[in-house]
Design a protein around this ligand. Structure first.
Ligand SMILES: [Zn+2]
Length: 358
């Protein structure tokens, strides 16, 4: 069973994937029809951005708990978290920056916010940006890191520094300061920001950034306040580390405000606990599904019509487990977390993969 109305048809998702993979071929050959295996014919199309009434892209309504403050026309929201710490978000990406006597400490710089980051800072202070902190390397969060003054000091965990060095990307300047486990930024000998590397979760080098006075914690691409995680358990390099994160946070930090790098609003400790509950539910459901679904049974059904094709059986086996996991959890979570109709199946698939392989 899939979520009832509105549902984004799986066929269409597959279709878009097929189109994107094959688009270059199509353009080169100036054809409108692409033939792939099994003689299925697909007609490539593009999303009509002019047609805002296109109901094909209507998703399940966003639950109240997943909604955030409206984003004004200028394109971003700035919220004071106390003692010079500010939240900055555009409804999809978010980060924070700190204003101190000696200048501004900027954290991350999503290109989706871009130069508006400087505009947002100028709304609350005329002090220059003196420090910049990388949460991790991913361009969608730090691809505008170059917008700050040349004399600003850039800080990153050493794994992040290594990956930035390999990337050799002028939009992500190499850090001036690196650290292995912990690093503190102090003002008048008081720690104002504490950086801590917990090991690999979403990406090697991904750090906690904690403002102790404001009890504000930033940790990007792992906890999703009010929403199911992004595709594939937030694209985790290490699913075990990803799953351990909610407990790590609640055991080690006193958190009033949580900034996750994405989505609609500032999170709370309740959001961190809700993600733990969701992940545990996902894990136990996936464990049960692995017991329920038999590769041999799938082979009996799929094998005869696909002789000599083990991938056909394997794919059907994986799909069946993903579908059972999604069906089991969808109704339970669709009014509690946003995006259940969008990324629950991808998170089921990632959990099943981790349980089978890790
Ligand atoms: Zn990331």
């Amino acid at each position: 069973m899939k979520l009832q109305n509105p549902v984004f048809p799986m066929f269409f998702i597959l279709f878009l994937c097929s189109v994107s993979i094959l688009a270059s071929t199509a353009l080169a050959q100036q054809q409108t029809n692409i033939t792939i295996g099994n003689n299925e014919s697909f007609t490539p199309s593009t999303i009509s951005l002019a047609d805002s009434s296109n109901t094909q892209f209507n998703y399940y309504p966003v639950p109240g708990n997943a909604s955030g403050p409206p984003v004004p026309e200028k394109g971003y929201v700035v919220e004071h978290l106390g003692d010079g710490l500010y939240f900055l978000g555009n409804g999809v990406y978010n980060t924070m920056f700190m204003v101190t006597e000696g200048g501004v400490i900027a954290i991350d710089a999503p290109p989706a916010i871009g130069d508006k980051y400087l505009q947002a800072i100028s709304e609350v202070t005329d002090k220059p940006v003196r420090y910049f902190i990388y949460s991790h390397t991913h361009k969608d969060h730090v691809g505008s890191a170059h917008i700050f003054p040349d004399n600003a000091t850039y800080i990153a965990q050493e794994e992040t520094a290594n990956q930035l060095s390999l990337a050799n990307d002028s939009s992500r300047p190499l850090p001036d300061i690196t650290f292995t486990d912990k690093y503190e930024i102090r003002v008048d000998n008081e720690p104002v920001l504490e950086l801590d590397y917990p090991g690999v979760t979403h990406e090697a080098g991904n750090i906690y950034i904690y403002a102790p006075k404001q009890k504000a914690l930033m940790f990007v691409d792992v906890i999703y306040p009010g929403w199911v995680p992004f595709d594939g358990l937030g694209g985790s390099e290490n699913v075990t580390g990803f799953m351990d994160t909610p407990d790590e946070i609640t055991n080690n930090y006193n958190v009033d405000k949580f900034i996750g790098g994405h989505l609609t609003r500032i999170g709370s400790v309740e959001d961190i606990k809700a993600q733990k509950e969701f992940i545990l539910d996902l894990k136990s459901t996936a464990q049960q599904v692995i017991k329920n679904v038999s590769f041999a049974d799938i082979a009996k059904v799929v094998g005869p019509s696909n002789p000599g094709n083990p991938w056909a059986i394997t794919n059907s086996y994986l799909d069946e487990m993903t579908n059972q996991c999604t069906d089991e959890l969808a109704d339970k979570w669709k009014n509690r977390l946003g995006g259940v109709d969008i990324f629950l199946d991808d998170n089921c698939a990632a959990m099943l993969k981790s349980l089978r392989l890790d």
